[in-house]
Design a protein around this ligand. Structure first.
Ligand code: ADE
Length: 412
């Protein structure tokens, strides 16, 4: 879509009432008025620079505004221009992204910067189609960048506006369904004005996040309440309808820090693995799924050796022998925590292990590769220089602290 507004094809209630564009007109003036006195000052709102807006939008897909601000500021200091981003190494970009999660987005951001610099002469696209042709850019992001940077009337639909539009429309179907998505995008197209659309899109998102909140929406102070079907039907807490499709799977995953001469083994994750390209400790998924034994409240001994069965530990050591090519012995249980990734709740059991029967010139023991991936031996003080997955960073920070304040190992 080349930023031209397509003709609205549905109506506010999906019935024979006024066309959407008319409804849009009703919303514009109260929206602008409200936004001018209530908008938060955010680093990406005081600019029309597409680079800043693009990076902020990708980061905002990951987490909240509050959490993004320090990442955004740091990222802009490290890579002040698209040229700086394009010429950085992937590792540097991952390191700056670390903690935000979904590293694929950082990889796409980096790749898109390289396309802009090498194929587009460093010029940013100025329309939705141009942005959509870049890696990692979807319809929402393209619309946001084009409307905020170039003030072109492109529709937007993200978490805040889905909720807001669903309530304004009184949409009583699953917002993720194809038919609801179609209605929501049509609504988004119909309400975006030709005149200063960037401001309206920002205002819609802001009202979605500040007033039309997921729980306890502030309808009494909402400037759009008069036009809101959900409010009229007193269904604002039932809308949006979100059908949960994901069932959380609980998994016990061991993270193994192999230690030798004060250094720890890190392995780079492969292209087809989650957190591709990041560095990591060794991992092994336990065939047992009784995660309750690691619940500290229910089982005070859960973080001691007694929470591992002998057969589990020997299965772990066998698996490590296969992965690494030399016998490792688990020394201590260091840390247990739960890490959520997509539909998995991973109970991360972090242990320290060392190679057995090591001779310094034993080639195998130097371990340069695990499972066809490059490895390196790193001092705890050097962990900070390498991009690690969020869970590996937690273990790395624990090890760093532990090395500097030695205690008795937790494994009794
Ligand atoms: N969420 C996504 N994009 C946003 C923006 N530009 N401002 C505030 N919240 C957002």
């Amino acid at each position: 879509m080349d930023d031209a507004k397509t003709a609205p094809t549905s109506t506010l209630k999906g019935e024979k009432s006024q066309p959407l564009s008319k409804v849009g007109k009703q919303l514009i003036s109260p929206l602008r008025k409200w936004y001018r006195s209530h908008s938060r000052e955010l680093p990406w709102r005081t600019t029309h620079d597409p680079y800043l807006i693009w990076v902020s939008e990708i980061m905002l897909q990951q987490t909240t505004v509050k959490a993004v601000i320090p990442y955004f500021d740091r990222f802009m200091k490290l890579f002040p221009s698209v040229q700086d981003l394009a010429t950085a190494s992937e590792s540097e970009v991952f390191r700056a992204w670390e903690g935000l999660g979904y590293y694929r987005r950082a990889r796409f951001l980096h790749q898109a910067a390289q396309v802009i610099v090498t194929k587009l002469n460093g010029e940013f696209p100025t329309d939705v189609a141009g942005w959509l042709s870049l890696p990692g850019i979807g319809r929402y992001t393209a619309g946001a960048i084009v409307s905020f940077s170039f003030d072109k009337p492109a529709p937007i639909l993200e978490a805040n506006t889905v909720r807001l539009y669903a309530r304004l429309l009184g949409l009583q179907e699953d917002v993720k369904s194809t038919s609801a998505q179609k209605k929501l995008w049509q609504f988004a197209e119909a309400i975006v004005p030709e005149d200063r659309p960037g401001e309206i899109n920002q205002a819609l998102m802001e009202i979605g996040s500040q007033i039309c909140r997921p729980v306890e929406p502030m309808c009494a102070t909402c400037p759009l309440a008069k036009a809101c079907q959900a409010y009229a039907m007193n269904l604002q807490t039932q809308i949006p309808v979100i059908k949960s499709r994901v069932k959380i799977t609980k998994v016990i995953e061991y993270m193994v820090a192999v230690e030798r001469d004060g250094k720890f083994l890190l392995r780079q994750r492969k292209a087809d693995e989650r957190w591709a390209g990041m560095w990591d400790f060794l991992r092994w998924t336990s065939p047992f799924d009784d995660v309750e034994r690691f619940d500290k409240k229910a089982n005070p001994k859960s973080h001691s050796k007694s929470s591992h069965t002998a057969s589990e530990l020997s299965a772990l050591e066998d698996a490590l022998l296969l992965q690494v090519g030399c016998k490792l012995e688990v020394q201590s249980l260091e840390l247990v925590f739960v890490h959520h990734v997509t539909r998995y709740a991973l109970t991360q059991v972090c242990v320290r292990a060392h190679p057995l029967n090591l001779k310094t010139n034993n080639k195998q023991a130097l371990i340069k590769e695990v499972d066809d991936s490059p490895c390196m031996w790193v001092k705890p003080e050097e962990f900070a220089a390498h991009p690690l997955s969020t869970s590996a960073r937690r273990f790395a920070n624990h090890l760093l602290k532990r090395i500097h304040t030695p205690q008795l190992p937790g494994m009794d």
